[in-house]
Write a protein that binds this ligand. Structure first.
Ligand code: AMP
Ligand code: MG
Length: 535
């Protein structure tokens, strides 16, 4: 008798393909797919699947044991070499605005969904392979992904989760054994790179662009089917779909999106490609491409070299881009409201601004360790701090972490003494001029007075601050060092970072080096401060 592999015992319930309209063309070739939410497609076979890493926590979500995740079967299934029992693979159709322009059909060009697992707790998790070969939506590209971008997606998904940021998850990272040709700098120097597949996991991978495509094509019946399916599956608390419920749904998307962006701003995450096809309908961070982490606090920074000119997706612009994207989603669902009156959608859209503004105050109060944001004093306090942080290269993560070290008894200290715990945060100590020191000194004194006024013990404030200001983030150069080694066949740094980033808010005394600011060599190195979309 053969014993069924654990992966063949997963409980699949593939509602997306069961309930939504399918493409009728069975062949896998690139095309416009009309009147359908998805196309059935098989992953491409790969030559030698080798597991690089997997996430224990995501395995647990799927009720998978460590044993199930380490065998050959696992690597085979999560590169797409074999479909486990109950898997029924497909690519979904969506469109989107890219860099502000309508791009038409995009779709899962290199993502292949395997189906939806219902776990023991009754949760629904869609599994999706990224880099598993071409689909009808691949346009001119190959459907594949390289190791470097897969390491980045795998690690960042999990790092974000542990930071408390809403995100899609990553179960596994597997080498395919095949090479992929990429011109990393778009300069006519294509190279063969190792190929890899990440298995992403989320309740749903539906995007703003999933609705936009049907609105743009005038396929309002499909639009309605997808909206109704999404509400029933992922927003069941809103009740049965109706024009009033569509509106409530949209409001909730606005709120969730605001919350997601607030988290990005809190931890210094820059997505890099906030096109509407990269905006999750669930308010999850999705599609980790040329993202990056703020090192020195700079509102104008973007990691994406493709966006270096306009800097549309720079750190400081993320909140307003989310608003713009939500506006596009409003346009897309407008036909469902059965009314010519755009006011209710407009009002809902504007609620994003309100949500964001309130959330921003709460977020800043949290970062500063204040019990509550007091607009009378704290607006000025924050404005001056953010001006100072931008005035000379200051590491955001280290600054906020070290700010917690100050004591309200330090009020008598002079400027240099006040500043000393923060010195580690500065990239160029020679930029700390007497003027700067005086200005930062008076800010620190104003801050400590404000803290003193709340009468909260230093320890309590420090704990609060350390719970929202991470010690460890996936610094761009750390990811690159792990990639450099992984490309040589040594995956230990990937595993080490995965482990480290499970506890981003904890002091990890033996990992102090991973909290260090970007070393000088990484300032201009590709992959560290600059990334292209080539992945
Ligand atoms: P992105 O902005 O990177 O999320 O991708 C935009 C669109 O291009 C999506 O429809 C992707 O599926 C598609 N795409 C990106 N890279 C590839 C690739 N290597 N092969 C096929 N499609 C791709
Ligand atoms: Mg995308």
């Amino acid at each position: 008798m053969t014993v069924k592999h654990a992966l063949d015992q997963l409980n699949f319930d593939n509602s997306f393909i069961r309930e939504l309209p399918a493409d009728t063309e069975p062949q896998n070739f690139r095309r416009q797919v009309l009147g359908a939410c998805y196309s059935k497609v098989l992953p491409t076979l790969v030559s030698q699947p080798t597991l690089v890493a997997y996430s224990r926590e995501v395995a647990e979500l799927l009720d998978l044991t460590d044993e199930a995740c380490t065998g050959d079967e696992f690597a085979d299934i999560f590169t797409g070499n074999r479909l486990a029992q109950g898997m029924d693979s497909y690519a979904s159709c969506y469109g989107g605005h890219q860099f502000g322009n309508w791009a038409g059909q995009l779709g899962d060009g290199r993502a292949i969904n395997l189906g939806e697992v219902l776990n023991r707790r009754g949760e629904r998790w869609t599994l999706q392979l990224k880099g598993a070969g071409p689909t009808p939506y691949s346009r001119t590209a190959d459907g594949l992904a390289v190791l470097r971008s897969s390491v980045r997606e795998f690690l960042c998904s999990e790092a974000m989760f542990h930071l408390g940021v809403p995100t899609t998850r990553a179960l596994s990272l597997v080498l395919t054994g095949d090479t992929v040709i990429r011109d990393m700098f778009y300069d006519g120097n294509p190279q063969a790179e190792p190929g890899a597949v990440v298995c992403r996991v989320a309740p749903s991978f539906t995007r703003f662009g999933s609705f936009q495509i049907f609105a743009a094509r005038g396929e309002i019946d499909v639009l309605k089917q997808l909206a109704d399916y999404t509400i029933r599956t992922d927003f069941p608390h809103l009740g049965e779909p109706s024009p009033a419920v569509y509106l409530k749904w949209y409001e909730e998307i606005c709120r969730r999106t605001a919350e997601m962006i607030l988290h990005w701003q809190r931890v210094g995450f820059v997505h890099g490609v906030m096109n509407t096809d990269n905006m999750s309908i669930l308010g999850l961070t999705i599609d980790y491409g040329p993202y990056g982490w703020l090192e020195n606090y700079d509102l104008n920074w973007t990691p994406n070299t493709t966006d270096a000119g306009e800097r549309r997706y720079r750190y400081g612009n993320q909140p307003s881009i989310a608003f713009w994207n939500l506006g596009q989603l409003a346009n897309a669902i407008f036909p469902l409201l059965d009314s010519e009156d755009i006011t209710p959608l407009q009002t809902a859209l504007n609620s994003y601004k309100q949500c964001f503004a309130e959330g921003w105050q709460a977020m800043m109060a949290g970062k500063l360790g204040l019990q509550a944001f007091n607009p009378a004093t704290d607006h000025d306090l924050c404005t001056e701090l953010l001006t100072l942080l931008q005035s000379i290269e200051t590491d955001m993560t280290i600054f906020f972490r070290r700010l917690a070290w100050l004591s309200r008894h330090d009020l008598e200290a002079n400027d240099a003494q006040l500043l000393s715990p923060l010195l580690e945060a500065y990239y160029l100590p020679e930029h700390i001029t007497p003027d700067y020191q005086a200005r930062m000194g008076s800010w620190l004194r104003a801050y400590l007075k404000r803290v003193h006024s709340e009468g909260v013990p230093d320890d309590t404030r420090r704990q609060r601050m350390d719970a929202v200001n991470p010690k460890y983030v996936l610094r761009n150069y750390l990811a690159q060092l792990a990639i450099d080694q992984a490309e040589q066949g040594d995956f230990s740094k990937v595993t080490e970072l995965l482990e480290l980033l499970r506890h981003p808010y904890d002091e990890q005394p033996d990992k102090e080096d991973k909290a260090a600011k970007r070393p000088d060599w990484a300032r201009q190195r590709a992959g560290c401060s600059m990334l292209s979309c080539s992945s």
